[in-house]
Design a protein. Sequence first.
Length: 221
Amino acid sequence: MSDHTGQEPAAPGELPLVVIVEDDAAVRSALSSLLRSVGYRVDAYEAPAALLQKGVPKSAGCLVLDVRLPMISGLDFQKRLAELNDRVPVVFMTGHGDIPMSVQAMKAGAIDFLSKPFRDQDMLDAVAAAIARDRARREAEAGLTELQKRLESLSKREREVMAHATAGLLNKQIAAEVGLSEVTVKIHRGRAMHKMGARSFAELVRIAESLGVRPDRPTSR
């Protein structure tokens, strides 16, 4: 049976969730106890099928996978997660690992590859690194979502001027492109910077790049 505890998505400020997939009940239990002892929430399974059926919790900050699992290997499961666009960081553990296997896992994005028996501290360090990477990813995605909302708040003209300006055109060139006066272009450009929260034009350029903002048609310089 699975040791799945059925945690719901994390509430703000809730402790990180580590999902374990390990078919050895003794190892699964010991690892769960270790991670809980340092404050992590733990969701444990004996096989990937049960986890795939329910889906990896959105609150999961780290996935600890044994390489050799029933029905599907940990490496194949990692590939399946990538196909599902699930980017939860993975820490692998195995009693049968070799260098090619570990290289394959790391190339596919694994945080670490630990050979059994591993030291408790090595596992805790690997999980902490995975949690940190997941936190950074979530913060980056949240920031991008906020920028997208700000972009949507721009008027059609403000967005058009922003696209041309961040593509490298001067105000007078933008004015010629969009059929506005240079003064009006300056106004739209200023409003775009304010709404996007850009403290400098260089920052506005970086924001435009991150959001893929481009002129609707090639500019004539």
